[in-house]
Design a protein around this ligand. Structure first.
Ligand code: DQA
Length: 144
């Protein structure tokens, strides 16, 4: 099983960025933890991050043969038809993750262009959301 973890703009600054909202863990620390869990379970995990919408679209295309996508598209969640179309175009099973509870925040964060093309989503549980998304795929693998 191969899983892509893709993070969008400004998530490279986790740890420094608004810690009251996003916590004190860095993206590197989160990715290391996910890679460890994946390795323990015989799963290939690739972690990518980009500040650029088009690059994220390309990253999804390049991993079209992967079994799953854990996606925190950050601000592009609320704006990007291109990312939504990329998920549909490759037909990858995607889980949408948000560290913060987007529904408790500004109204412009309440709408996601991506949710409708994702199998499900996790929001408001901090960085643990990524682990839970990975757990979803691990459980699927075990059930196969
Ligand atoms: C976020 C929520 C988005 O609204 C925001 O633009 C982000 C991070 C989250 O993980 O809580 O950059 O996706």
């Amino acid at each position: 099983m191969k899983i892509l973890v893709l993070n969008g703009p400004n998530l490279s600054r986790l740890g420094k960025r608004e810690p009251a909202i996003y916590g004190s863990e860095t993206l590197c620390e989160i990715e290391e933890r996910l890679k460890k869990t994946a390795a323990e379970n015989g799963v290939e995990l690739v972690c990518l991050q980009s500040e650029v919408e088009g690059e994220m679209v390309q990253m999804i295309h390049r991993h079209a043969d992967f079994d799953g996508l854990i996606l925190n598209a950050a601000a592009y969640t609320h704006t990007s038809v291109a990312l939504r179309d990329a998920i549909s175009a490759v037909g990858i099973e995607a889980v949408e993750v948000h560290i913060s509870n987007i529904y408790k925040r500004e109204e412009f964060r309440h709408h996601s262009y991506l949710s409708a093309v994702c199998v499900g989503g996790i929001f408001g549980l901090g960085s643990r959301g990524y682990d839970l998304a990975l757990e979803y795929f691990l459980a699927k693998k075990k059930a196969e």
